[in-house]
Ligand binder design. Structure first.
Ligand code: PLP
Length: 375
């Protein structure tokens, strides 16, 4: 059997990794400034994370959600405290797409409505009703068939007001910092207006924190830069540092009913322990503060590079905007300088999403290589 060929691949085969260093099958080291789409939050094979998972695997890796799993409660408790979201309840699943599907399902169940507002260049996973930032015609086709999602301009409050008053909207889904799209953000004024219009119109506000959450933006959640309170928060990616895990935080004003949501694998013992280990490291090593401080350092260093038009994003969720497409630059950085970086739907944006425990010295190496690659 062959693989279903959907990914254009770089010619690199990682076989081991530690911190931000990824080593390939030929023994070549690469520095990882992309973290596999913002997934690696505490560095590859962090010793505490590895030990926690190995210890758990020796005990029990999985049993179904039909029995008690105190690890889920321990995780919900710790997540609530660290994220300052103690007035939410946690439902666990396995990926960002699943988290958003569950969030949208909840909104539709509770409001009895079915249409969704999303924003242009947003990306919410390979979901039936929640994808926006893609040029992929097959994904757009499935959405167009469903006619469920209205994609509005970010920061256009007039356009938003016209839509939200239509009586069939169950949810607004929004990223606090767009990931795949290219690091655009709602302004605080826009976000706060959206939140209050959602409340007035009985529409659920879903914060998609799959990429910008778990400390990456320099606060636990990206929406916390804007002083708003979503009804549902979806999480994944950095949550498991590579272990596939996702979840939705559902505000306690929304009541649970038996059978409302469900999953086979979600919240299994290993997923809980991976997430607990991530939270423990974030807390012990002060990584959210590190993300904030290094984001500031990154901005300063980027100013030294004349080709950089603009630095986008916050904390360690960053983009460098150029006045040319960055595909060739990324190739140069990988093959000549051995650095992983990311692209975006906006092809002029180079995405930088490293582990939250990188250092200033790591960023110095990145900028030195970038300067040479641009020369
Ligand atoms: N939401 C956002 C903001 C994302 O960036 C992504 C993936 O890139 C998803 C959802 C989908 O997550 P997953 O690929 O785990 O399904």
């Amino acid at each position: 059997m062959k693989l279903f060929d959907v990914y254009p691949l770089y010619n690199v085969t990682p076989v081991s990794a530690k911190g931000i260093v990824v080593t390939d099958d030929k023994g070549q080291d690469y520095l990882d400034f992309y973290g596999g789409h913002a997934v690696i939050s505490i560095g590859h094979t962090h010793p505490h994370y590895v030990k926690r998972l190995k210890d758990q695997l020796d005990k029990i890796g999985f049993y179904s959600n039909a029995v008690q799993n105190p690890l889920q409660e321990e995780l919900a408790e710790k997540l609530g405290v660290l994220s300052n979201c103690e007035d939410y309840n946690l439902f666990m699943c396995n990926s960002g797409a699943e988290a958003n599907e569950n969030a949208l399902k909840m909104a539709s169940f509770v409001t009895g409505k079915s249409k969704v507002i999303a924003f242009k260049n947003g990306f919410h996973g390979r979901t039936s009703a929640a994808v926006a930032a893609t040029d992929n015609p097959s994904i757009n086709a499935s959405i167009n068939l469903q006619q469920k999602v209205n994609f509005l301009e970010l920061n256009d409050i007039k356009g938003f007001k016209n839509e939200i008053v239509k009586k069939n909207i169950c949810a607004v889904i929004i990223e606090s910092i767009q990931g795949v799209g290219g690091l655009d953000e709602p302004t605080t004024e826009f976000f706060q207006k959206v939140a209050s219009l959602c409340k007035e119109n009985g529409v659920f506000l879903i914060a998609d924190e799959v990429q910008c959450g778990f400390g990456r933006s320099g606060k636990f959640f990206g929406f916390q830069h804007h002083n708003i309170q979503p009804d549902i928060i979806s999480i994944a990616k950095g949550m498991g540092n590579g272990f596939p895990v996702g979840g939705v935080l559902i505000h306690e004003s929304i009541s649970a009913k038996f059978g409302m949501l469900g999953t086979t694998f979600g919240g299994n013992h290993l997923a809980c322990v991976a997430t607990l280990a991530v939270l423990e490291v974030l807390e012990k090593e002060n990584l959210i503060q590190n993300a904030e401080e290094l984001g500031i350092y990154f901005n300063e260093k980027a100013k030294e590079i004349p080709q950089v038009k603009r630095v986008k994003g916050r904390g360690l969720m960053l983009g460098l905007e150029f006045d040319f497409q960055v595909a060739d630059l990324r190739k140069k950085l990988i093959y000549e300088h051995h650095l992983f970086t990311g692209g975006a739907k906006d092809k002029t944006v180079l995405r930088i999403l490293p582990a939250l425990n990188i250092t200033k010295q790591d960023l110095d190496i990145f900028f030195k290589a970038l300067k040479t690659a641009l020369a």
